[in-house]
Design a protein around this ligand. Structure first.
Ligand SMILES: Nc1ncnc2c1ncn2[C@@H]1O[C@H](COP(=O)(O)OP(=O)(O)OP(=O)(O)O)[C@@H](O)[C@H]1O
Ligand code: NI
Length: 335
């Protein structure tokens, strides 16, 4: 049996807004095995970061409720105190954020920040300096001595992201979460950083949760894909299943709207409508159907079975409306 590094079962997150709790994600079931990359995709506002943040224990408990079960390397995280989360964070799981500049301390030298990430958990380690250099080397920085003495603003965006990755790796976590790790970088640097994440993942045999809007990146890096819409997983499976045999109309729409697929001279398809706000969400329905203009109201408003349907081994789809869809339907006009 493959070792499960992440097991999320029936995970929900509610945010308190104006004294009322609103659900942002609901019923999330996802697993990542050792050595595997799971890509989480979906439009802006679908709940991807809300899920990632719950694994890191970074939601403010004063206005956030996380329920269900999230196990990392077998350890239950839901219900941990902040102190317990502090001991866990960075040790079993490391996170790479989109914007390194806002996550790094502007007043602290790079070497000291990496050392801090190590020493938080092993304060008297005499080898810290060496370890910092090794980490910088691991993320492809050759001039590790010079870089260790610099401040974040003295580095390029790509270098800063490498430093962030070094920090995420400081304690050799089994699980790495990368939330849009390359969005702020230009194309060449993006490719280098992704290559780096892939190398590290292979070398450490880590599990990776990769959140990205770039489906090319997904097809290159991911083993499995989960598609999120309006706070729920609407489809999941292997990367081949999702790309070659997409079932849910949302998955099909996302693939069709992929800018990597647009041919020269062709206009890029954009999905009509928008992702619902938290107040508008209905977790008993297949929310995406509201954005399919030609669908019958009865179909749109039908309640959806709680369990996803397994359409082929390991390939799961939410709801039933997809059964009536052909691939061309995504394209269909109202007439
Ligand atoms: N702390 C919060 N308080 C209230 N609402 C929140 C909070 N964080 C996120 N939300 C809401 O939850 C929903 C999901 O947001 P989330 O950031 O998880 O989406 P996302 O899929 O990561 O989007 P993006 O691709 O833009 O990063 C959105 O409607 C967002 O406004
Ligand atoms: Ni996000």
């Amino acid at each position: 049996m493959a070792e499960k590094l992440l097991e999320a079962n029936d995970v929900s997150v509610d945010f308190r807004i104006n004294n009322e709790y609103l659900k942002a994600i609901s019923g999330i079931n996802l697993t990542i095995n050792r050595g595997k990359v799971l890509a989480l995709v979906g439009e802006s506002g679908s709940g991807k970061s809300t899920f990632a943040t719950s694994i890191m224990g970074l939601h403010n408990p004063e206005y956030t409720k996380v329920s269900g079960s999230i196990k990392v390397a077998g350890k239950e995280l839901v219900g941990l105190s902040e102190k317990e989360f502090d001991d866990y964070r960075g040790v079993s799981v490391g996170m790479i954020f989109q914007d390194p500049l806002s996550s790094l301390n502007p007043l602290m030298k790079i070497g000291d920040q990496i050392a801090e990430a190590i020493t938080v958990h092993d304060k008297n380690n005499p080898e810290v300096k060496n370890r910092v250099r090794t980490l910088l080397n691991d993320v492809g920085i050759d001039e590790e001595k010079r870089v260790a003495d610099q401040y974040p603003h003295q580095l390029s965006g790509g270098m800063r992201q490498r430093v962030m990755i070094a920090i995420a790796l400081a304690n050799e976590p089994d699980l790495i979460i990368a939330d849009e790790p390359t969005t702020a970088l230009d194309a060449i640097i993006q490719a280098q950083i992704l290559e780096l994440i892939k190398d590290i993942q292979k070398k450490k045999d880590a599990g990776v949760l990769l959140i990205t809007h770039n489906l090319d990146v997904v097809s290159e890096l991911a083993d499995d894909v989960a598609v999120m819409y309006a706070g729920q997983i609407v489809e999941k499976g292997s990367v081949e299943q999702i790309f070659e045999n997409p079932k849910h109309p949302y998955t099909r729409s996302l693939l069709k709207a992929d800018p990597n697929n647009v041919r020269p001279g062709e206009e890029l398809y954009s999905i009509p409508g928008t992702v619902p706000s938290l107040a508008e969400m209905d977790f008993n329905k297949d929310s995406f159907l509201q954005r399919v203009p030609w669908l019958d109201e009865k179909v749109v408003n039908a309640d959806v079975p709680e369990q996803m349907e397994e359409v082929e081994p390991g390939h799961f789809v939410r709801g039933t409306a997809w059964k009536d869809f052909s691939f061309d339907d995504v394209n269909r006009n109202e007439d």
